[in-house]
Design a protein around this ligand. Structure first.
Ligand SMILES: *[C@@H]1O[C@H](CO)[C@@H](O)[C@H](O)[C@H]1NC(C)=O
Ligand SMILES: *[C@@H]1O[C@H](CO)[C@@H](O)[C@H](O)[C@H]1NC(C)=O
Ligand SMILES: *[C@@H]1O[C@H](CO)[C@@H](O)[C@H](O)[C@H]1NC(C)=O
Ligand SMILES: *[C@@H]1O[C@H](CO)[C@@H](O)[C@H](O)[C@H]1NC(C)=O
Ligand SMILES: *[C@@H]1O[C@H](CO)[C@@H](O)[C@H](O)[C@H]1NC(C)=O
Ligand SMILES: *[C@@H]1O[C@H](CO)[C@@H](O)[C@H](O)[C@H]1NC(C)=O
Ligand SMILES: *[C@@H]1O[C@H](CO)[C@@H](O)[C@H](O)[C@H]1NC(C)=O
Ligand SMILES: *[C@@H]1O[C@H](CO)[C@@H](O)[C@H](O)[C@H]1NC(C)=O
Ligand SMILES: *[C@@H]1O[C@H](CO)[C@@H](O)[C@H](O)[C@H]1NC(C)=O
Ligand SMILES: *[C@@H]1O[C@H](CO)[C@@H](O)[C@H](O)[C@H]1NC(C)=O
Ligand SMILES: *[C@@H]1O[C@H](CO)[C@@H](O)[C@H](O)[C@H]1NC(C)=O
Length: 525
């Protein structure tokens, strides 16, 4: 009986997805920058689908032609074929038949199995021929030994459920400002020509992450969007964050004080990815946000590729990697960086250094929520920066020493290159409304700090501008006031243009609010 029901549920899910021929939302922006050639699915106006559950998008991406997939409402990544929303224990239970050994996996037990002191206590109990914590010590030792192996097996079950592969020539577009992929890992592997627009994107929380160091450094899987050897990808008007509400997700606390960070990146790109534009997005309240370059092991495939335009985004409460950059060309133009900064300056500020604060027992901010830096200049990156806006609160609001971080700067024959396009006639970036007199000097000071600390070598990061931008941006924003106004009005999800007109007309006929407020309403819902 149970099997019949399951079969019917599966059959219901497999009902052919039908093409949608009604009016579709009209969004404002066009692709530009390094992904300016991307057309997504827009070249085929007949292949349009509207999806609203976890099964339908999988069906739609399988079509072997250019297509546009509109997301209507919230799709839950953990929605099983029978409709239930899986919890972590379900991924364990679903792996292999009932009674399988792998069901002996338990996350707390796994953490204990990594603790050499704890394991030696169990081994002592075996030697003493006594039970351990009321269990047969020999059997318990065996169970501990299997935990990491089991972890990999049950993790594969979660991955199959929450991972979602896109195919060539696809547009994935939120129908309106309610559209969300909640707990989905969009995976773009060796694909070309993708649009991802107008969506709230919440990455899956990894049920089975591996700790790196006690208590708070973890290796979790699942980005909201992950690009591996992908090209021509445009991400616009999206909101990337830990959960639907936008609030930061506190780590789980597990004895004796583990702070389990179940998140990886929001937008991580690697392995020879190329021609990407990340524009008009909001990146909120996250720890490690944009990783552009997977590391030295990928250098050969990255060098000469990895071209990114990062324009018009609002990074709000993003603690690090906004972005982290390796082996490519990165244009960081007209973004707003808003954050709390309680870290004392790393250098160059005697007045504030005196007020150095220790993280006391009363400061309960989890370690991974603490602001670290905005722009990570790593191995052989070529970074261009022009008029960004920094808004800060917290104990050290005006500190510029963490705008940049320098890392892997060890090769002076192949230096990272930073170009600050802020000398007149260009306008400067601002910090809390005040012009940063010389962002080039900030870069130079940051490099000196890292060289002095022994973390970088002289000449491995140079300030130089070779070449020009080479493409048009949607709006030339000269001064930081324009940038702030533009980003606050353009970044994040939107109503479509046609509905915007209706909303504007409604509000003005009511005489209550201006069009600007009506737009704001659409944006923030
Ligand atoms: C466009 O989509 C239709 C399905 O609606 C498909 O049959 C056709 O092959 C596609 N055309 C191209 C040029 O990809
Ligand atoms: C994607 O589009 C390109 C260019 O239009 C075309 O050459 C290619 O065959 C398409 N691929 C698929 C899978 O439709
Ligand atoms: C989107 O979902 C809503 C609520 O289920 C439904 O009323 C509406 O018709 C859907 N829109 C489209 C285009 O399918
Ligand atoms: C749905 O499927 C999961 C996984 O197979 C199972 O554990 C759960 O009991 C099912 N729920 C219902 C209501 O059938
Ligand atoms: C490791 O186990 C010992 C003994 O049970 C315990 O005192 C210690 O807190 C544990 N450490 C960690 C990091 O779990
Ligand atoms: C503990 O388990 C082992 C292996 O199953 C078994 O050989 C041993 O007799 C058990 N010890 C006790 C005290 O039950
Ligand atoms: C998708 O596009 C890439 C790059 O153009 C190409 O190498 C790959 O074969 C395409 N995949 C399919 C399934 O057509
Ligand atoms: C990226 O765009 C440039 C310029 O259009 C082009 O030469 C290059 O081949 C593209 N890269 C990939 C991987 O398609
Ligand atoms: C930035 O985030 C904070 C905290 O989530 C919020 O209070 C603030 O309104 C956001 N800024 C803007 C401009 O929306
Ligand atoms: C930050 O700079 C602003 C503008 O110059 C100034 O009013 C404010 O007092 C400064 N805050 C601190 C804590 O130094
Ligand atoms: C930097 O990249 C080069 C490859 O070009 C590699 O050999 C070197 O180890 C990298 N340095 C670091 C610190 O990762």
């Amino acid at each position: 009986m149970k099997y019949t029901l399951l079969f019917l549920a599966a059959a219901g899910n497999a009902l052919a997805l039908t093409e949608y021929s009604g009016p579709v939302p009209k969004l404002r922006h066009k692709p530009f920058g390094f992904a300016g050639q991307a057309t997504g699915g827009s070249t085929n106006s007949s292949a349009v689908y509207v999806v609203s559950d976890a099964g339908e998008p999988r069906e739609a991406v399988a079509f072997p032609y250019a297509k546009t997939i509109h997301v209507n409402g919230t799709i839950q990544g953990n929605q099983l074929p029978n409709g239930t929303l899986a919890r972590c224990q379900d991924y364990i239970d679903m792996t292999e038949p009932p009674g399988s050994a792998v069901h002996g996996f338990n996350f707390e037990t796994y953490l204990l199995s990594l603790n050499a002191t704890y394991v030696s206590l169990v081994e002592q109990a075996i030697a003493d021929n006594t039970p351990f914590e009321g269990r047969n010590a020999t059997e318990y030792r065996t169970l501990l030994g299997h935990q990491n192996g089991y972890r990999l097996v049950v993790a594969a079950t979660q991955k199959a459920q929450v991972g979602f592969k896109l195919t060539n020539n696809t547009s994935l577009i939120g129908w309106d400002a309610n559209a969300a992929l909640n707990g989905i890992n969009l995976y773009l592997s060796s694909v070309n020509n993708i649009w991802i627009r107008n969506l709230k994107l919440v990455p899956p929380q990894d049920c089975f992450p591996a700790p790196e160091t006690f208590p708070s450094s973890w290796n979790a899987l699942y980005d909201a969007i992950g690009l591996v050897t992908a090209s021509n990808v445009w991400v616009d008007n999206c909101e990337l964050q830990d959960q639907l509400s936008g609030e930061y997700v506190e780590p789980d606390i597990i004895e004796p004080g583990w702070q389990v960070d179940r998140f990886d990146g929001l937008f991580d790109c690697e392995d020879g990815t190329d021609n990407v534009t990340f524009s008009h997005n909001i990146v909120r309240n996250h720890h490690k946000s944009l990783l552009l370059g997977g590391g030295t092991k990928e250098a050969d495939r990255d060098l000469g590729k990895m071209r990114f335009t990062i324009f018009g985004n609002h990074f709000n409460g993003s603690a690090s990697r906004n972005p982290l950059m390796r082996f490519g060309s990165f244009d960081i133009f007209s973004n707003v960086y808003e954050t709390r900064n309680d870290n004392p300056p790393r250098f160059n500020d005697a007045s504030q250094a005196g007020r150095r604060r220790r993280r006391g027992a009363l400061d309960r901010t989890p370690l991974d929520a603490v602001f670290q830096y905005h722009l990570g200049v790593y191995n052989q990156s070529r970074v261009q920066v022009q008029v960004n806006v920094f808004l800060r609160h917290g104990a050290f609001p005006n500190d510029t020493s963490r705008i940049f971080t320098i890392s892997e700067a060890t090769l002076s024959d192949r230096p990272a290159k930073v170009c600050i396009r802020e000398t007149p006639p260009h306008f400067p970036s601002t910090m809390n409304g005040v012009a940063i007199a010389s962002l080039s000097e900030v870069v130079a000071d940051t490099v000196h700090f890292f060289v002095d600390s022994g973390m970088a070598v002289d000449g491995a990061v140079v300030l130089t501008c070779d070449g020009s931008r080479g493409y048009e941006v949607p709006k030339v924003l000269e001064d930081s006031g324009d940038v702030l106004e533009y980003v606050l009005s353009e970044a994040g999800q939107v109503l479509d243009e046609t509905r915007r007109v209706e909303v504007d007309a409604m509000s003005s006929s009511n005489g209550v609010s201006s069009g600007v407020e009506a737009r704001g309403m659409g944006r923030w819902h």
